[in-house]
Design a protein around this ligand. Structure first.
Ligand code: S3P
Length: 446
């Protein structure tokens, strides 16, 4: 699991129609933030619907190491007794964030303006991901970081003793950079300002507001300017975590490509900064109905009814990339079954995810008999109108979404699809195999 256990080779085979209701686990981004903001607030935060995946559990453990009291009170139900803004204690051991880029980057931000030191590490995937994009803005507050060369983990952060407020323009479309800066701004006097050129997921802003922080987003010529007033007293909240649209993407896409399928997915989070895949699929001709649109816990949700569809490749607008950044791997699988080419541009960020996702998808699709063109920031998949050969083995590089994407492909390809290691699936979607097989999929461990 997430690089700590033996590889788990898995196979998926051509399946009959997928039918039934898919109850998707809680949103990973919202779950991480619930633990972190709960730990930084005063009082007891009660969380329901938390994603109990390894990534989030590692963040929970980290928050306990910084002094919060974290208790599991029931199935997906957790309680956090926070220490308040500025109240983090120095951990007495290394913080291991496992596979979680979001976990480590947000926690570094959250502790960077408290006068304590902490050393962070992770699995082989996390230890090869860039941290300079976080430590650089945090150094402007007065924090110091020493890691391996190129800023790789393990890394020690020395929190700023007298943090100064920062005005920072993010060089990447990244909610992790934005969130790390805003969390660092919490224990800093004055106003911290983060500017992003394109809107990325806004769960941190929504949740900070919910906990009582003063935070405002204004659209300017430069992009989106987010201003946070430092040193608020955050008040404990009750949080119902919406279901993860990035996990829902797998049964949604599988249902689209497996003939005769019809699947209902209740309560899926439809935050506009996350919903780009659904817009793209609808443009490709997907039959997706959005039923009972409503708002829950400050986030828009709906029940999705998805039917198998004949799809046509499109050019995905690059401006849409931030709102579907985690969904390109599974989109490229759907694209293989569509008619014509699907062109995905402006996706350089995929190269620094849990693995280089452009490379992993291109090599894996080729192993399954699909033609792919790729460049530094683009990928073009040549659709085969439903006739994908399969029969290959995709390397997954400790990346949950690569593993799940190819397991979806094998449900509709002529020959089975193999993945070399499905262990990382437990980081974000521990019930993936049972949920898919419950709908009628044929996914097994070799
Ligand atoms: C996330 C932000 C995105 C996304 C990741 C979750 C978050 O990363 O890929 O899975 O919860 O803030 P980037 O900020 O690197 O784009």
């Amino acid at each position: 699991m997430s690089g700590h256990g033996d590889p788990i080779p898995m196979t998926s085979r051509k399946s009959g129609p997928l039918r039934g209701t898919a109850v998707i686990p809680g949103d990973k981004s919202v779950s991480h933030r619930s633990f972190i903001l709960g730990a930084l607030s005063v009082g007891e935060t009660k969380i329901t619907g938390l994603l109990e995946g390894q990534d989030v559990l590692d963040t929970g453990k980290a928050m306990a190491a910084f002094g919060a009291e974290i208790t599991r009170t029931g199935d997906q139900a957790w309680s956090v007794h926070g220490v308040g803004v500025g109240g983090f204690a120095e951990p007495d051991d290394v913080i291991d964030c496992g596979n979680a880029g979001t976990g480590v980057r947000l926690i570094m931000g959250a502790m960077a303006t408290t006068p304590i030191n902490a050393t962070f590490t992770g699995d082989a995937s996390l230890r090869s991901r860039p941290m300079g994009r976080i430590t650089e803005p945090l150094s402007l507050f007065g924090a110091q970081a020493v890691g391996r060369q190129n800023g790789f983990l393990p890394l020690t952060m020395v929190g700023a003793k007298n943090p100064v407020p920062v005005r920072y323009t993010s060089p990447h479309a990244s909610a992790q950079i934005k969130s790390a800066v805003l969390l660092a701004g919490l224990n800093t006097p004055g106003e911290t300002v983060l500017i992003e050129k394109e809107a990325t997921r806004d769960h941190s802003e929504r949740m900070l507001r919910g906990f009582g922080a003063q935070i405002e987003t204004v659209k300017t010529d430069e992009g989106y300017e987010i201003t946070l007033q430092g040193q608020p007293e955050l008040k404990a909240q009750t949080i119902a975590v919406p279901r993860d649209p990035s996990s829902a993407a797998f049964p949604v896409c599988a249902a689209l490509i497996v003939e005769g399928s019809e699947v209902l997915l209740p309560n899926i989070g439809l935050n506009p900064t996350r919903a780009g895949l659904l817009d793209t699929l609808v443009e490709m001709g997907a039959d997706i109905a959005f039923e009972n649109r409503r708002e829950e816990g400050g986030e828009p949700v709906a029940d999705l009814r998805v039917k198998a569809s004949s799809l046509t490749g499109i050019e995905v607008p690059p401006a849409r990339a931030p709102s579907m950044i985690d969904e390109y791997p599974v989109l490229s699988v759907v694209a293989a079954f569509a008619k014509g080419k699907t062109v995905m541009r402006g996706i350089a960020e995929l190269r620094v995810k849990e693995c280089d996702r452009i490379d992993a998808m291109a090599r894996g699709l080729e192993a399954m008999g699909v033609t792919v063109e790729e460049g530094p920031d683009y990928m073009i998949v040549h659709g085969m109108e439903g006739e994908v050969p399969g029969g290959g083995t995709a390397k997954t590089f400790l990346d949950h979404r690569i593993a799940m994407s190819f397991l979806c492909l094998g449900l509709a390809s002529a020959k089975p699809a193999h993945v070399d290691d499905g262990g990382a699936i437990a980081t974000s979607f521990p019930i993936f195999e049972d949920l898919m097989n419950g709908l009628g999929a044929a996914i097994s461990r070799d």
